[in-house]
Design a protein around this ligand. Structure first.
Ligand code: ACO
Length: 335
């Protein structure tokens, strides 16, 4: 029997139209455009409309990815969504809602929670389903309405995050040149308190106390997260490159999680990456968590920088703490 490989057949993304600029934030908290740009590289981020939900953004990205794949919605046999800002905290899953809005019914659909590492975690799942022969065309979506869990009076977090979605179709192929080459994903719950939304959940069910103490908003140990992020992201890339006998100079597109320009710069410098190898969107979208990596891939796809067959090195970390890296060619058609 011929071998089956998983390949990235298409990419799509969506960013809400409303822009929240640093000067807008200057009017909301004690901060300055200069501080934000110097410490994070972020100039603006997108914020979803009040009646625009995580699933709505996911649908827009997913429809684009399906259209660019040349397939129809009927060809999709698994839908998985990575999000920490689902439409509903318990049920139904955002993947179920997205599937229904697209008209994909009666296929397996579920969510995963791996914060900013969500999209690369999804790649591991899609690859396993496809290469085991269980599924043929998997729709993966990273979508976040992060603004729904941000406290816009906390200057330590509200400057960082934005909303958006990205999606890809991962398909079976017999062509090894199109295959996802390698993925390393890991986690360490010992650092769970670095990034946490304390409520609602079984530890702190929804209550007046939850609202009074703002437990429904993201809390972050920024400085500790920063240091661990640089260490983990660098180690991840060194390991995956070594495992595949590649040098950093051979990677045309290094696509790190877009959390903070200083983190990206530190990792890029540690690997001697040239500026043109490193994909950057953090200045215009901020940190969109699970949507960050697919939005960045979409950015180089739409600008014409990404060509069919070119290697991408994805590298991410997030709440959990979770981290992951992936090495894959882009197997989709370009415009
Ligand atoms: N404007 C002005 N001053 C600020 C602001 C702000 N927006 N935020 C913090 N400060 C102040 C602090 O109060 C502190 O003041 P003090 O010295 O008087 O106490 C000072 O700036 C320095 O604070 P630090 O936290 O040490 O600043 P740092 O250089 O670490 O930058 C930042 C903070 C930008 C949050 C950085 O730590 C960071 O990016 N960390 C990583 C965060 C991250 O990536 N999180 C997402 C993970 S992914 C996921 O899963 C969601």
């Amino acid at each position: 029997m011929a071998s089956v490989y998983a390949s990235m057949r298409s990419i799509g993304a969506y960013a809400p139209s409303r822009i929240l600029s640093n000067s807008d934030l200057e009017k909301m908290v004690d901060t300055t455009d200069e501080w934000i740009v110097k410490r994070t590289g972020i100039k603006e981020r997108r914020i979803a409309a009040n009646d625009e939900y995580t699933s709505d953004m996911g649908v827009k990205a997913a429809l684009q990815a399906i259209e660019r794949s040349g397939l129809s919605a009927n060809d999709i046999d698994l839908v998985i969504c990575a999000t920490v800002t689902p439409d509903y905290f318990n049920m139904p899953s955002t993947a179920c809602i997205i599937s229904d809005k697209i008209g994909i019914n009666d296929v397996q659909a579920f969510d995963i929670s791996a914060a900013c590492s969500g999209f690369v975690y999804l790649l591991t799942i899609a690859k396993a389903f496809i290469e085991s022969g269980m599924k043929k065309n998997v729709l993966i979506i990273g979508a976040e309405k992060f603004s729904s869990i941000v406290d816009y009076t906390d200057r330590g977090t509200c400057i960082l995050f934005g909303d958006g979605a990205g999606a890809a179709v991962i398909s079976a192929t017999s062509d090894k040149n199109e295959a996802i080459i390698d993925i390393h994903a890991s986690a360490d719950g010992a650092y769970a308190d670095f990034l946490v939304t304390p409520a609602p959940g079984s530890v702190n069910p929804a209550s007046q106390e939850m609202l009074d103490n703002k437990l429904n908003f993201v809390q972050m140990k920024g400085n500790e997260t920063f240091k661990l992020a640089v260490k983990t992201l660098t180690k991840d890339v060194i390991e995956i490159l070594k495992h595949n006998n590649l040098q950093a100079s051979e990677i045309p597109h290094f696509i790190p999680h877009q959390a903070n320009y200083r983190i990206i710069k530190a990792v890029g410098d540690a690997l001697n990456m040239k500026e043109e190898q490193v994909v950057l969107t953090v200045h215009k979208y901020g940190n969109t968590s699970a949507a960050s990596i697919p939005m960045a891939i979409n950015d180089i796809y739409e600008s014409g920088r990404l060509k069919t067959g070119e290697l991408m090195l994805l590298d991410t970390f997030g709440g959990g703490l979770t981290w992951a890296s992936a090495l894959l060619p882009f197997a989709g058609k370009v415009k």
